[in-house]
Design a protein. Structure first.
Lengths: 468, 91
């Protein structure tokens, strides 16, 4: 054989090997496809009832189809005998896994009992429902954003960032997606512990908490009896929590300015009850003692049956108070989440703690601020151990004194975003515990490379994930 | 109470004169600048004080006396002396 012949034979050999490999792959594809179409027969899909479609969409088996693994050594005759006894038939035999069969129950019995029936047999290694999960994605309805009728909604980049004013499209909390699931509930009460709230603001008034008629005015052994019709004022223990600064009104609007009312803006919640608590004065500062008194008021009202589930705390300092920490722990024991601003000093809270956000109490969520480009705000504190989550907090439009609206920046503004999302979760899951609520909030983030190694979750709150 | 920038400077000047026990004319205005502060206590909280964590616009006022420099911070609601002998004071 000369040199040319050797080369020709070698080339032929390579071609034959490639053809064989391709044929083998084709066979594998054919087998996989066969399993797939057998387990989800087109004809059966077409005649599936509405209940079946719902079951499929929910990832439940559409009918009594199950996978049964027979023990090795069980003969095909024995299997046929079992099938005949149960009035079932083999839908498909899984060739790659001897003994594993997809079985169709001709009696259309419920899956659980059929699985139990097979599991009880000595010839069976295991039996389980054959979930048809793939159809879920195929049949899922397309996402339709829910947009409120509020004239200034387009300025609310935190809720829906379309890239307005140089922002990054999609750098928002996915509110319009969340609202397809829930827009909040007037059964959920969120306490805004702040400079009070302008409860007469036309965009807030319908969502303000007022003391229910069947609840007696608040009584404290030291403070006496206080008519808390509109909330609580700890500064002078009066009945009036009217905001003289604007900060508390701004935070309240972020949580729950009435949505889709053709006025101003929309809150994260279209419907909610905002309980105003005033402990900061016209200058926007207050004492630890008054903060404690106001938190005690919330705890007492919770015990009286008011469904207050969240305290939003857009304030703080670097001074630690054991008394404040203890009353926040009492709030935890009363099943109340405490959402707190991480602070605006551009510092690392792991090294220089900021309180109350840095208290190591299970109900505390510390919040950092993001700008409209998903960047940590230049002022925001951070801390991979002590700051939990981030939310929009720069140029946030919200309600202000005298039926006005203003844009403000700070972790003060990021905090009520997270408190608002927590309220949406409670609207969807009214009986959720404070521990689970916190877990759900922290699990509902869009990870951002910018935040990796800076805050614990490394992400921005996503309302749609939170209510999913 | 709504303070103007000039009101705030005057209030700061009087306060410093009193603290140093000197005539107000001995207090020199070194600089008055518009600035943003990290919180509503203008980054100068007193002991036991909590403040809203909102960026707050105001004025940074630098006064001089006896060869020393002193910083006041103010906005329309308040005037504060920043780190005077290690402590903050709200006027």
């Amino acid at each position: 054989m000369n040199r040319n012949n050797i080369l020709i034979h070698l080339a032929l050999a390579v071609v034959l090997i490639l053809i064989a490999a391709f044929a083998g792959q084709l066979n594998r594809w054919r087998t996989q496809w066969k399993h797939r179409v057998h387990m989800i027969p087109t004809a059966e899909k077409q005649r599936a009832s509405t209940a079946d479609e719902i079951a499929l969409a929910e990832g439940r088996p559409s009918r009594a189809e199950l996978l049964v693994k027979f023990k090795s050594g069980v003969s095909s005759e024995a299997i046929d005998g079992i099938l005949e006894r149960f009035h079932d038939r083999i839908e498909d035999r899984i060739e790659n896994d001897p003994g594993l069969d997809a079985i169709d129950d001709l009696d259309d019995a419920d899956v659980a009992s059929t699985v139990a029936q097979y599991s009880a047999l000595p010839e069976v290694e295991y039996a389980e429902p054959n979930y048809e999960i793939e159809l879920d994605a195929v049949d899922a309805p397309p996402f339709v954003p829910v947009l409120p009728h509020d004239p200034r909604f387009t300025d609310q980049w935190a809720l829906a960032n379309s890239g307005q004013r140089g922002g990054k499209e999609g750098a928002d909390i996915s509110a319009t997606r969340a609202w397809a699931r829930t827009t909040g509930s007037d059964k959920v009460v969120v306490a805004v512990l702040d400079s009070g709230v302008d409860y007469t603001h036309e965009d807030l008034a319908p969502n303000m908490w007022t003391r229910p008629g069947n609840l007696a005015p608040y009584h404290d052994n030291e403070l006496g009896t206080i008519d808390d019709t509109n909330g609580f004022n700890a500064i002078d223990s009066s009945s009036d929590p009217m905001d003289e600064n604007g900060h508390g009104t701004h935070c309240a609007g972020i949580i729950g300015a009435e949505g889709s009312n053709d006025i101003g803006i929309s809150g994260v919640n279209w419907k909610v009850q905002i309980m105003p608590l005033k402990f900061m004065n016209a200058g926007g500062f207050g004492t630890t003692k008054d903060a404690i008194e106001a938190i005690n008021y919330v705890i007492d009202r919770k015990k009286d049956g008011v469904n207050v589930r969240i305290i939003s705390a857009s304030w703080g300092s670097t001074q630690k108070s054991r008394a404040l920490e203890e009353v926040i722990r009492k709030a935890y024991e009363s099943d109340i989440l405490f959402v707190a601003a991480s602070g605006n000093a551009s510092t690392n809270n792991d090294r220089t703690p900021h309180f109350p956000s840095s208290y190591n109490v299970p109900n505390v969520i510390s919040v950092a601020a993001l700008d409209r480009n998903d960047q940590l705000a230049r002022f925001s504190n951070y801390g991979v151990k002590s700051v939990a989550i981030a939310a929009p907090g720069v140029d946030i439009l919200s309600t202000w004194l005298g039926n006005q609206y203003e844009e403000k920046s700070g972790t003060s503004m990021a905090t009520p975003v997270v408190a608002g999302v927590a309220a949406l979760i409670v609207a969807e899951h009214p009986r959720i515990s404070v521990d689970d609520l916190k877990k759900k909030v922290l699990a509902s983030v869009d990870p951002l490379a910018e935040l990796k190694g800076k805050i614990a979750t490394g992400g921005r709150i996503n309302a749609a994930k939170a209510v999913d | 109470m709504s303070l103007s920038k000039q009101d705030a400077v005057e209030k700061a000047r009087k306060d410093l004169a009193q603290r140093l026990n000197v005539d107000a004319s001995a207090i020199k205005e070194q600089a008055v600048e518009d600035d943003d502060f990290p919180d509503m206590a203008l980054g100068a909280p007193e002991d036991g004080e909590m403040s809203g964590q909102m960026i707050t616009s105001g004025w940074r006022i630098r006064l001089g006396a006896n060869g020393q420099s002193y910083e006041y911070r103010a906005d329309k609601n308040q005037v504060r002396l920043y780190k005077y002998k290690g402590k903050n004071y709200r006027l």
